[in-house]
Write a protein that binds this ligand. Sequence first.
Ligand SMILES: [Cu+2]
Length: 135
Amino acid sequence: MSRYSRAVLCSACIALLIFACIAAGCSSAQAPAASGATFSNAAPPTSSGGANTILIKNFAFDPSSVTVKTGTTVTWVNQDGAPHTVVSDAGSPAAFTSDSLSTGNSYKFTFTQPGTYTYHCSIHPSMAGTIVVQQ
Ligand SMILES: [Cu+2]
C-alpha cells in the first residue's frame, strides 16, 4: 500500500517536473521567436511602389516615366500574372536587359550615366517606359 502511494507521489512529482520544464522551455523559446518577428518586419516593402520602384501591372509600366539622379538604382516589380521583361531601346545611353520576370519577380538597374533611357517589354512591344537620369 505504501509502495503504491509512493509510486503515485513519484509520478505526480515527475509530471510536475515535466510541466515545469515545458513552461521554462516555452518562455526561453519565446525570446528568439520575438526577435525573429522583428527581423521579418525589417524586410523592405517591395510592392508598395517607392520613388525608384516601377510596378509592372495591367501590361504597363507604372509610372511609365520616372526621373532620377545619376547613381540611382531603379527596381521593376512584376505584379501581373503574365511574364514581362525590361529591355532598353537601341538608342539608350546604356543597355540593360532583364530575364523574363514572372509574377512577383523584380529587376534592378543602376543608372550611372545621365540621359534619357527608353525601354520596353520584349514580350509585349506595346509596353514602353522612360527613365530620365539627371546629373
Ligand atoms: Cu510584357
